[in-house]
Ligand binder design. Structure first.
Ligand SMILES: [Zn+2]
Length: 87
């Protein structure tokens, strides 16, 4: 894992490495949306979105998982999509 990615996300490398092992696929109905199956239960799917915040005019990331909901930070699903899209 490159230092650039590590600095960009400001998180530890082991967490990033785990994120890169997640499999995901683009959603067929919407651009800038990805479907990431739960690691513990493949029947559960989370939706990662990169969308525009109309008030601030900035792009932001979101995910439908509990981790994102409670911590409001980047969960591993968002990391998975972001890291793979940078590579
Ligand atoms: Zn998530």
């Amino acid at each position: 894992m490159s230092d650039i990615i590590k600095e960009t996300f400001g998180i530890c490398t082991s967490r990033l490495l785990r994120a890169t092992q997640l499999e995901f696929e683009p959603d067929e109905t919407e651009i800038n949306m990805w479907v990431v199956p739960s690691q513990s239960n493949k029947a559960i799917k989370y939706y990662v979105r990169h969308s525009l915040d109309c008030e601030s005019g900035k792009m932001f990331w979101s995910c439908t998982c509990d981790d994102f909901f409670f911590r409001k930070g980047h969960c591993k699903h968002i990391l998975a999509v972001r890291v793979r899209n940078m590579a």
